[in-house]
Write a protein that binds this ligand. Structure first.
Ligand code: C2O
Ligand code: CU
Ligand code: CU
Length: 498
């Protein structure tokens, strides 16, 4: 054999071995990348229901709440103490509740040993009490924002917003619900007994590293941390006994990066009655509802006496290409919450045919348009800069914002202060699930959404609101921008203008 031939044979086998190894490694990564907890465990833990926060009403009629952020330990599994953070407890926080027109004040104490904050996600309120990254509460410090609730009944939530560290603070357990009521919602014949036929369902994905909550991002997970199991209200493998024919679930995706498509194994239809910012005009029947991080949906489910039915999250075909679906969580499925119906159910009144009145703008009076190009490296080519105001909006006007994702991975888009209307998804009228008031919208790769937003202020040229991707790893990396609401002719002050 010639020397050349021998060298070629050796080289050939080396290449083959390397190719096989790489191929094998890839096949191993690929097949191991999708997660399913479907049918794998029995759901034997009684679902925790976050307590309604106590409040007092002071002389001028202001409802006053107290929240204390603190570190603690939580037993997610019996006998295993996991270090966590919470509001007024060791994990998550109480449900705040207030009515439209009410003045509220929240006395917040930061008992952690690092600075944090509390942002009121979905709330329309002055920028200086929004709780964004400019309103940090020092370790050991306090902050007492107050405002008047002036928006329809809705399921909102609260969580920290420290720039660059939001993911970690939320994942450690700092999140809670903020339910708003109004006169009309109080009169509607909807399930509304908190914890009985009206259940808060805060969904988070987690992974444990021994006793600790693991936050590590796996190879090729460009959306951020993805857990291998889910919890509801901090309960692993939860079940809830229910005794009414109709059960309302207030679904909140409080996960840091994971998007869910909720439904039931028998594909039963349920009624979507509310989105992020409150009630739809009429209930919409569907069998799946998709929620990306930060989004909420209220659904009403019909129960049959004696049955057990699982709330499940199913694989999502709009999540991107095969690669994204596999490594970004779109192929995953989870058993989330088992509902156990009593042998005899209390009859529930039928869901009203008319629910809320839309208060979101239809865009016909828009005075200007803006474009937002979503990239993991930043929005419109710029990473977040605390000292730069990106957009200046005039108080009292409506705008149309066009948000596009061509970044090859899923993102979403959240705007502080307002509830917007989705006018179009890729040039088409939005699907039923996106027709209600929204503050966060899923924008998978290759998608363009058009939003109508109305800004009522108050004007404050010094305090910016945020808009950002609510996949918290992306937000922390800088997928965020700032806008101020000003009076006509006013300019943003105290910050450089982008
Ligand atoms: Cu829920 Cu700016 O966030
Ligand atoms: Cu927000
Ligand atoms: Cu993103």
């Amino acid at each position: 054999m010639s020397r050349v031939k021998r060298v070629l044979i050796v080289l050939g086998s080396v290449v083959t071995v390397v190719a096989l190894a790489v191929g094998g490694l890839f096949a191993w990564l690929w097949t191991g990348a999708d997660v399913s907890t479907v049918g794998k465990a029995s759901f034997d833990n009684a679902l925790a229901i976050p307590p309604l926060a106590e409040s007092t009403v002071d002389e001028d009629g202001t409802r006053v709440f107290d929240l204390r952020m603190r570190a603690g330990e939580t037993e997610f599994e019996d006998g295993v103490k996991t270090p966590t953070w919470g509001f007024n407890g060791s994990y998550l926080g109480p449900t705040l509740r207030a009515t439209r027109g009410e003045k509220v004040r929240v006395r917040i104490a930061n008992g952690l040993d690092e600075a944090s904050g509390v942002h009121w996600h979905g709330m329309h309120l002055p920028a200086r009490v929004d709780g964004g990254p400019h309103q940090m509460i020092a370790a050991g410090g306090t902050w007492t924002p107050h405002w008047t609730v002036d928006q329809p009944a809705a399921t909102l939530w609260y969580h920290p917003h420290p720039h660059g560290a939001t993911e970690r603070h939320v994942r450690k357990g700092l999140a809670g619900m903020f339910i708003l009521d109004d006169e009309k919602s109080g009169e509607l014949a909807l399930p509304k007994r908190y914890g009985v036929d009206d259940l808060p369902v805060i969904v988070q994905d987690v992974r444990f590293d021994g006793a600790k909550l693991d936050g590590g991002r796996r190879m090729m997970q460009n959306v951020g941390f993805l857990g291998d199991r889910t919890m509801v209200n901090g309960t692993l493998r939860p079940y809830r006994e229910v005794g009414d024919e109709l059960i309302r679930l207030r679904l909140l995706n409080a996960s840091t990066a994971r998007t869910y498509a909720f439904g039931f194994p028998d594909d039963r239809a349920f009624s979507l009655i509310a989105t992020d910012g409150g009630l739809l005009e009429r209930p919409e029947s569907m069998d799946r509802v998709q929620l990306s991080p930060g989004e909420r949906a209220e659904i009403v489910v019909q129960m049959r006496a004696g049955e057990r039915v699982m709330l499940r999250s199913f694989p999502q075909d709009n999540y991107g290409d095969g690669w994204q679906r596999r490594f970004g969580g779109g192929d995953d499925s989870f058993d989330v919450l088992e509902l156990r119906a009593a042998e005899a159910l209390r009859p529930s009144p039928a869901i009203p045919a008319a629910l809320g009145e839309s208060e979101t703008p239809d865009g016909t009076d828009a005075v200007r348009g803006r474009h937002f190009d979503l990239k993991r490296s930043g929005i419109n080519g710029r990473a977040m800069d605390m000292g730069r105001v990106d957009e200046t909006v005039t108080r009292g006007t409506t705008e149309v914002w066009t948000v596009r994702n061509g970044n090859g991975m899923p993102h979403n888009f959240h705007v502080h202060d307002v509830q917007f209307r989705v006018l179009e998804v890729d040039g088409q009228a939005p699907p039923a699930a996106l027709r209600g008031p929204k503050d966060t919208v899923f924008v998978p790769h290759g998608t363009t959404v058009k939003l109508a937003l109305h800004f009522t202020g108050p004007a404050d040229p010094e305090s910016p609101y945020m808009y950002h991707c609510h996949l918290l790893y992306h937000e922390d990396e800088g997928m965020m921008g700032q806008f101020v609401v000003v009076d006509k002719g006013q300019r943003a002050s105290g910050h450089r203008h982008g």
